[in-house]
Design a protein around this ligand. Structure first.
Ligand SMILES: Nc1nc2c(ncn2[C@@H]2O[C@H](COP(=O)(O)OP(=O)(O)O)[C@@H](O)[C@H]2O)c(=O)[nH]1
Ligand SMILES: [Mg+2]
Ligand SMILES: [Zn+2]
Length: 355
């Protein structure tokens, strides 16, 4: 397999040359499990770990490799590699981890399109769709909505759902599919582009892995993670999260997420709720919260029915989350800084005592 088949491009090659990475091999991270990685190069798949230095200097999750990353590795034997450098990412999908405010989780990197998969039965929820859209919009990833399990509802029910989506979400393609009858598969196949990377996002149980397996024509993805031990006695995950389809599209599966928290989505909310944002420019007060102010253009539009009320409420909820996230991040940065100072003084003292 060539690196181009995995999505490699001129920009990455330029980075490799500019950074003198000739002594390393280039690969893409295709699976990650507890800071152990599987990296695919032109030679095959390697179990990989990061250098001690990389681990030591990492300040947060984003400094660690993630599925989708391009990395410079040195390989040992036929199956082990050390990751020396992560190439710059052109996109990064992240979310706020559940229950740990301020803690970011990287879902995948270097993604071109996200399939926002929602089942039309119990799972269907437009608020959550807007939430995923916001994550895409702040990640520089183009969203495509996939409605799955349409075999479970009538045609009339499906048209209703499609109409409801249209009221609140514009300019995002929607594809309705069934993994049972494979309705809608042709449309998905025609949009998949060679060398582009697609990430599946959505709650667990909506049919992401089934879709991926069906498209790839084999059963590669499992719902559970299976460990295998290697000749080195390490235990790594044997499942692959990133696979290349026959037609050249690259798909990234993703374990389902129970909740998707809004992390730093400054532009994300602005793009997802562009109508609300542009109206807010006409509000009487510059710092209008659009909740009870006189002369609020947003409230006016909601009252007139020009903006969907549920969409408006969902926007406010995510705005609050974002504000909360930003304040906790600021707190953490302050603490990190204080800790840095303590360490610096400590090292100084250590050096003093040496002489
Ligand atoms: N009726 C129906 N069931 C489906 C469809 N897609 C997936 N399923 C079932 O839903 C369950 C969860 O599917 P899975 O692909 O593991 O979901 P994931 O957690 O999103 O990866 C499995 O039992 C599938 O057989 C579909 O389009 N229609
Ligand atoms: Mg799955
Ligand atoms: Zn307002």
């Amino acid at each position: 397999m060539k690196l181009e088949d995995l999505g490699y491009n001129n920009q990455l090659e330029k980075f490799r040359i500019d950074n003198n990475l000739n002594n390393f091999e280039t690969g893409r991270v295709i699976a990650e499990h507890k800071e152990r990685y599987i990296v695919r190069t032109t030679k095959g798949e390697f179990e990989a770990e990061i250098t001690g230095n990389m681990c030591f200097t990492a300040k947060n999750r984003e400094d660690f490799p993630a599925v989708g990353d391009w990395v410079a590795v040195s390989t040992y034997d036929s199956d082990f590699a050390i990751i020396h450098k992560i190439f710059p990412r052109f996109s990064i999908i992240k979310r706020q981890a559940v229950g740990q405010f301020g803690e970011i989780q990287v879902i995948a990197t270097n993604i071109d399109y996200a399939f926002l998969v929602q089942a039309v039965d119990r799972d269907f929820n437009i608020n959550r769709l807007e939430r995923y859209l916001t994550i895409c919009n702040s990640s520089k990833v183009s969203p495509i909505i996939i409605l799955s399990k349409i075999d479970l509802i009538s045609e009339r029910q499906l048209s209703e759902i499609l109409a409801n989506i249209k009221v609140r979400i514009k300019n995002v393609p929607v594809i309705a599919i069934s993994n049972e009858s494979q309705d809608g598969y042709e449309r998905i196949k025609t949009i998949l582009e060679k060398g582009k990377t697609y990430c599946m996002l959505g709650s667990s149980g909506v049919g992401k892995s089934t879709l991926l397996n069906n498209l790839s024509g084999s059963t590669l993805m499992r719902t559970d993670t299976i460990s295998r031990s290697t000749n080195r006695g390490r235990h790594v995950t044997s499942h692959r999260e990133l696979i290349v389809l026959e037609n050249g599209g690259i798909l990234v599966d993703n374990p389902g997420m129970r909740e998707v928290g809004i992390a730093d989505s400054t532009s994300g909310l602005e793009i997802t709720f562009d109508k609300i944002i542009s109206l807010s420019l006409n509000c009487k007060f510059k710092d209008c919260t659009h909740t009870n102010e006189a002369g609020c253009s947003v409230l006016e539009a909601v009252e007139k029915g020009e903006i969907d009320k549920n969409s408006y409420e969902n926007y406010l909820k995510m705005e609050r989350e974002k504000a909360h996230f930003e304040s906790t991040t600021a707190e953490r940065r302050k603490k990190d800084k204080q800790f840095g100072k303590i360490m610096k003084n400590y090292k100084k003292d250590m050096n003093k005592n040496k002489y």
